[in-house]
Design a binder for this molecule. Structure first.
Ligand code: NAD
Ligand code: DAU
Length: 400
């Protein structure tokens, strides 16, 4: 494999803009992680992680998955029901409730895995503004605990002393860190490339950037087999209703006020969750050691237009939308260049308008799922996050 030295070589990924180039062309050599491998998926009960688990096990190619998930407010065993209810998939699946920041939970699971895919994180920017503590514990200490476990297993493999339960020799585990476009900060013009400096602007994004830097440090120091993906704003079924698209859909279903931050002209690049999961799996199997891969959606939209699209699908009026005081430090725009992941053979398949309609329909048809998530803890969060804002809200300007 070629070595793009993306992580472990400098600030934002080491490679200056335009340098480095795509990692491994499709079909060059065998996959680093073949079908039938045993994957440890951290955070696999969350939105994107559970899609990854459902999709990979649904291929029925012999892959085994162990999920390690703390089951925070955002983790939900119900997201894995399709897997656990299918005998063939359930036989290749195990669930462990535990914390990636706890070496006692992590070490034996990494010891048994061919690769580790880390989705685990506190993922909501607004909550990181209210209290960043858990973001840092999971995003910094947790990532370090995973990397230390991978380092020990790598050392054993290099010494020829890594074996599975049947005594068969095992190679060093590959580690994939699921990161985000938010590490590049607000991008007023153009698009971020993998070698750009990291410039996070929220506590959430800072914790994610710290995780990326740690991964790079373990690459440089210990020569671990690591890969980073940086995905765009992801949407689809099973997303916690704290995020924009499900929040708007569920509030609109209930004909409740819809909080739109500031002027609603912030821009996000939307990526369907199935496309995101597919890109992560491709990078896991075919990405170069040390490679960083942006995963853009290719569909940039202003928030106001996304909200209008959801209301139109549900037949609800714009008058529900309230302009509320803006998120502090609100990033105006994210955009990434996706040339590298495209060179591995990935393209987004879900067109945004069709994906948004299907997602809104999923929330309309799966009320039991999201009403269970909107429990008393949700009510307390909602009051803290939106109570004063909605009280201070004004009529939101309609999109043209
Ligand atoms: P999510 O909040 O839905 O799920 C996170 C999962 O991690 C939950 O199941 C939670 O229980 C688990 N978790 C949290 N802390 C843990 C810990 N200490 N130990 C073990 N498990 C823990 O998040 P998501 O939207 O599915 O995002 C998954 C990953 O993708 C995150 O790393 C996030 O930063 C990244 N990402 C998300 C998006 C997006 O738009 N949602 C886009 C790009 C990247
Ligand atoms: O870009 C990738 C990131 O996308 C991920 O790394 C994060 O985990 C994920 O939460 C998401 O972050 P955002 O802050 O972009 O997503 P969120 O759904 O919170 O907000 C999307 C946009 O909508 C943002 O501009 C803020 C705005 N918004 C959000 C909420 C919840 C509102 O106007 N009103 C709201 O009530």
């Amino acid at each position: 494999m070629t070595e793009p030295s993306d992580v472990g070589a400098g600030a934002g990924g080491g490679v200056p803009p335009g340098a480095g180039g795509p990692a491994v062309p499709p079909g060059a050599g065998g996959p680093a992680v073949p079908p039938g491998a045993h994957l440890l998926v951290c955070g696999g009960a969350g939105f994107i992680g559970s899609c990854y688990v459902r999709d990979v096990l649904g291929r029925r190619d012999g892959t085994r998955i162990t999920v390690l998930d703390k089951l925070t407010y955002a983790g939900n065993r119900a997201n894995l029901t399709p897997v656990e209810g299918d005998p063939e998939q359930a036989a290749r699946f195990a669930f462990v409730q535990g914390d990636i920041a706890d070496p006692a939970a992590v070490d034996p699971l990494v010891a048994a895995a061919d690769a580790v895919v880390d989705f685990a994180a506190e993922s909501h920017v607004d909550r990181s503004i209210l209290d960043p503590s858990a973001f840092l514990v999971t995003g910094v200490i947790g990532v370090r605990v995973l990397l230390e476990a991978v380092r020990r297993q790598t050392d054993l493999a290099r010494a020829g002393e890594r074996h599975d339960a049947d005594g068969r020799s095992m190679g060093a585990p590959r580690f994939l860190q699921v990161s985000t476009d938010e590490v590049y900060g607000s991008v007023e013009e153009g698009s971020s490339r993998e070698g750009d400096p990291l410039a996070p602007r929220s506590p959430y994004a800072a914790a994610k950037a710290a995780g990326d830097l740690l991964v790079g440090a373990y690459r440089a120091t210990h020569d671990l087999d690591v890969v980073i993906t940086r995905g765009a704003n992801t949407y689809g079924p099973y997303q916690h209703p704290e995020k924009l698209i499900p929040l708007v859909a569920t509030n609109a279903i209930d004909e409740e006020p819809i909080p739109l931050y500031g002027d609603g002209l912030q821009r996000r690049d939307w990526l369907h969750v199935a496309d995101h999961a597919a890109a992560i799996d491709l990078a896991l199997r075919h990405g170069a050691p040390g490679g960083v891969y942006n995963v853009p959606g290719g569909t940039e939209r202003a928030n106001r237009d996304v909200v209008a699209g959801i209301l139109a699908r549900l037949g609800r009026p714009w008058s529900l939308v309230r302009s509320v005081p803006d998120r502090p430090g609100h990033d105006r725009r994210y955009a990434m260049d996706g040339g590298r992941i495209a060179a591995l053979g990935w393209r987004p398949r879900v067109l945004f308008e069709a994906g948004l309609a299907a997602t809104v329909d999923w929330y309309r048809d799966n009320e039991a799922w999201w009403r269970a998530v909107r429990d008393s803890a949700w009510d307390a969060y909602y009051a803290r996050q939106y109570g004063d804002r909605l009280a201070a809200s004004t009529e939101a300007e309609r999109p043209a």
